[in-house]
Each structure stands twice: as C-alpha cells, then as structure tokens.
Write a protein that binds this ligand. Structure first.
Ligand SMILES: C[S@@+](CC[C@H](N)C(=O)[O-])C[C@H]1O[C@@H](n2cnc3c(N)ncnc32)[C@H](O)[C@@H]1O
Length: 467
C-alpha cells in the first residue's frame, strides 16, 4: 500500500544518515559556513546602493553635519533601508551602535520611535542634539545672545585681556589640554565653555556643547586630517571663537531644515519618540519584541579607538575619570580579551586560528570582538518584533596578512542568534565618505598616503530576519 505520510526532514534525513548538525541546519534553513563563504564570493556589487552622485550637501543635510564622526553612515543608506522595510506609521527603529546618530535622526525625521545606545559619551550627546529639533526663532535668539556675550573676542586683543570671564578649564585634565592647545586657544575655549555652562536651558546648552566639541580638533595642534591622535607642532590652529561662530551658523541652518521635516506630533512629544542611552550594545533600553527595524554599523576590531579619537571632547567636557577603564568598555578595542567565553562562528574560529600564527595577542582581540558581536546579535533578536529585521553594515579587512571576514562572520553568527539570513547587499563605498586605507600592521585606519593596505573599497549590508 502506498505510504501517504509526510515525513519530517529529521525522519527522512535520519534514514539517509545525515549528521544531526546538518539536520538541524536543514530544519532551520541555516546556511553552513561553506555555503556562506560561497555566497559572498558569488556576490556582485549592487550599484544602486553606492549613492555615487550624492554631494556633501545631500549627505550633510539637516543635522547630519553637526559633528564629524569616523565611519559614519550616509543618511541615504539608512533612509533606503527604513523606507524599504518599514510600512507601519508607528514604527520603532533601533541602533545599538548609534555613533553620531544617523539612524536615530532618520527615524525621528520620519516620525518613528527611535532607540539605541553608544558606549561613547560624546556620541550620545551628538545623537541627542542631532535628533532634537529646536523651534528656529527661539534657537536664533539664543545663538545671538550667546555670541553677543562672547563678542569681545571680535575686538582688539588688549580689550580681551580685561574681559573678566573666568576660563573653565577642567583641572584634572590640564596636562592633556596643555599638550593639545596653545595658551591663547586654551583661554578662549575656557571662556566659551564657562558661558555655555551658564546657559540654563539644557537643550540649548547641549546644542552649544556639540558645536564646541566639533571645533576642538581645528583649534588644537591635532594633525589635520589624521584619525590618529598625532600632534603637529607647526600647525596654526583656528581661533576658537571664529570657528564656533561659523559652525553655529551652519548648525542653525541644519536645525531649521530638520525642524521642518520632523512631523509635528514627534517634535512636540519628543520624549515619547527618542529613547537613547549611554550603554553597551548588549543592553538596549527597550522591551522584548518591540522594534521593527535595526540599522547599525558595528565598530571594527582594533581599528578606531573611539575613546582616543574623541579625547579632546572627553577632556574638555570632563566625560571620563579614567581613560583606560573607559576604553575597556568599547567593543573592538585592543584592551579586551576573554578566557571563559566561546565563539560559535566557524568562520570566526578559522580567522582566530590563522591570526594566532601571526600574533597571539591580536588573535585574542579578534576572538573577543566576534564573541561580543554574537552577544549583540542575541540582544537584537530579543528586541525585534517577529517579522522585524536587523541590518548590519560592515566591511571585510586584512590584518597581518590574514583576511578578517567580518561580514561573513556576521552572516553566520546572526543565524546562531536565531535569525534567518534574509539578504546580503554588497556596495561600493564612494571615495571621501570613508577612509579607504588601513595600516596592515596595526589595523588602524590611516591616511591614504601612509597606509599599506586597502581598507573597505566595498562593504556589505548583512540582513537578518526574525521569523
Ligand atoms: C562605526 S561606529 C557607528 C557609526 C554610526 N553608524 C554613525 O552613523 O555615526 C561604531 C560605534 O560603536 C560604538 N561602540 C563601541 N563599543 C560599543 C559598545 N560596547 N556598546 C555600544 N556602542 C559601542 C563606538 O563608540 C562607535 O560610535
């Protein structure tokens, strides 16, 4: 008699003698590490995602040009993902690695809820200020008042001497401040900071603090264009007040444009829409099954030491008591290693093993990075609604001759956090948006001239679906 039973994959595969792990993968439609590597090899660049014709005025629109930030997204990429994947008008967007807040600003601009974290305190301040539209006439008045209190800087030098504003220079960081700033700018910045802290409206005070933080590099002897903290003793730093005045004008214009796009309901009840925290990516400030879409780009292993890069802001705004302890909190830093946590990704294990033959220390750092990211993906799964997606933007790189296949590892790891691997987009990174080169020995980003390896001419958007 004909057997009409529909056997499960497990029953049928068991009969054929397929291994338990393959059965598990078949049942959950998980791609094996080899399938993933093949998939990436065969992947073509999707030119639609390169945004080649976009000008700085497009990528720096609204509040997006408030502050420089290494490896930040272009807003158009986030917009396309949100518009493609979100249809609910009450959607909730999340970014566990907010950086300067590109995803969060985009979510708010669409009238969506936006939540996220960054361990970098200055990044959280930027995100908050960039996502907060301020009534333009009120802001205009505040900027005018503020600049007029400081307008003695426009007069002759002798008069400035008699101005009795006591500079506010954080005493515990005085050595670092002396290391980076000349006497004149140190005093000018100290007076500006004093006036900023006298501002009673916190929203306005934070707005000024972001402007202040943005000008610090140009006002210091930090080597122009360098991502590494290097001094240039021949540099002629920009005068602080002039730089600030100019940048505030730019921010004022950006705020007005942003104010006009944010739906009124979100503008007037921002507290119900914006939920961001200085915290680790593995602790999102939201409940289970509540997020529609995650759009994020993680740090890279041993590339940027974000705490070092923002040290000028950290010292002036007094954001960390102990820089070394602060640095240990960052994912991807060279300050981390684990003894008792185990990797799940086979592709990651291979990379760690290959690296261990070149540098045991770097192998440990890479292992810690991928373990941390596996935990971030678990947290992404927890907070997404069924049907929700996470989109991680990441490039591959090469360290000490070993290919660090970040994107492939992310694709594999997402599956172990229960995501279905939904889509991989391969995109070319237009020049000028990200640094193109990395130093192959240290893994750090370098100026195009100094570096001896290609960094990210292409990157991937790895998308996981919570079914
Ligand atoms: C590539 S950047 C994100 C840039 C962001 N997409 C943007 O458009 O500005 C990665 C971010 O991860 C943050 N980060 C590093 N370790 C973290 C951790 N443990 N938890 C949360 N954020 C962390 C860094 O401070 C940095 O801002």
């Amino acid at each position: 008699m004909e057997d009409k039973t529909i056997y499960t994959t497990k029953e049928a595969a068991n009969y054929i003698g397929v291994s338990p792990s393959t059965i598990y993968r078949m049942e959950k439609q998980i791609k094996s590490p080899d399938e993933i590597l093949d998939m990436f090899c065969a992947k073509e660049i999707d030119n639609d995602w390169s945004f080649i014709g976009y000008k700085p005025s497009d990528t720096g629109k609204w509040t997006h040009s408030y502050h420089r930030y290494p490896a930040k997204f272009i807003p158009q990429l986030v917009e396309r993902l949100i518009d493609g994947y979100v249809s609910d008008k009450d959607a909730h967007i999340n970014d566990p690695f907010m950086g300067c807040g590109t995803t969060i600003v985009t979510g708010i601009s669409r009238g969506f809820k936006a939540s996220g974290t960054d361990i970098n305190k200055i990044a959280c301040l930027m995100t908050k200020v960039k996502s907060t539209p301020i009534e333009p006439t009120y802001l205009g008045k505040k900027i005018k008042q503020f600049l007029s209190t400081l307008s003695f800087f426009e007069g002759p030098q002798e008069l400035q001497f008699f101005e009795k504003i006591e500079p506010l220079i954080p005493p515990k960081h005085i050595d670092r401040i002396n290391y980076w700033f000349n006497e004149e700018n140190k005093n000018e910045l100290g007076k500006i900071l004093r006036v900023i802290y006298n501002e009673e409206d916190k929203t306005i005070r934070d707005f000024f603090l972001v402007a202040f933080s943005h000008i610090l590099k140009n006002c210091s002897i930090w080597l122009q264009g360098s991502t590494k903290p290097t001094r240039d003793l021949r540099k002629n730093p920009t005068k602080a007040y002039n730089a600030l005045r100019k940048h505030l004008k730019r921010m004022q214009k950006g705020n007005e444009a942003f104010y006009n796009v944010v739906p009124r309901e979100a503008r007037e009840n921002l507290n119900n829409y914006l939920n961001i925290k200085i915290d680790d990516a593995r602790r999102q400030p939201v409940s289970d099954d509540s997020v529609d879409l995650i759009v994020s780009s993680s740090p890279y292993v041993t590339s940027y030491e974000y705490a070092d890069l923002h040290q000028l802001s950290t010292i002036w705004l007094d954001l960390a008591d102990d820089l070394i302890e602060y640095k240990k909190e960052f994912i991807g830093t060279s300050y981390k290693k684990y003894e008792n946590k185990k990797l799940k990704s086979k592709v990651a294990m291979d990379i760690v093993y290959k690296m261990s033959k070149k540098s045991k220390k770097m192998a440990k750092e890479i292992e810690a990075f991928f373990i941390d990211m596996e935990e971030v993906f678990d947290e992404s799964y927890r907070i997404l609604k069924p049907g929700g997606r996470c989109c991680y933007v990441i490039g591959d790189t090469r360290l000490k001759g070993v290919d660090i296949l970040n994107a492939e590892v992310f694709a594999e790891s997402l599956q172990y956090s229960n995501f279905k691997l939904d889509r991989i987009i391969k995109r070319e990174i237009p020049l000028k948006i990200l640094p193109q080169k990395r130093d192959e020995k240290t893994g750090r980003f370098a100026n195009n001239n100094d570096a001896n390896s290609e960094a990210y001419p292409v990157e991937y958007i790895v998308i996981g679906l919570k079914e």
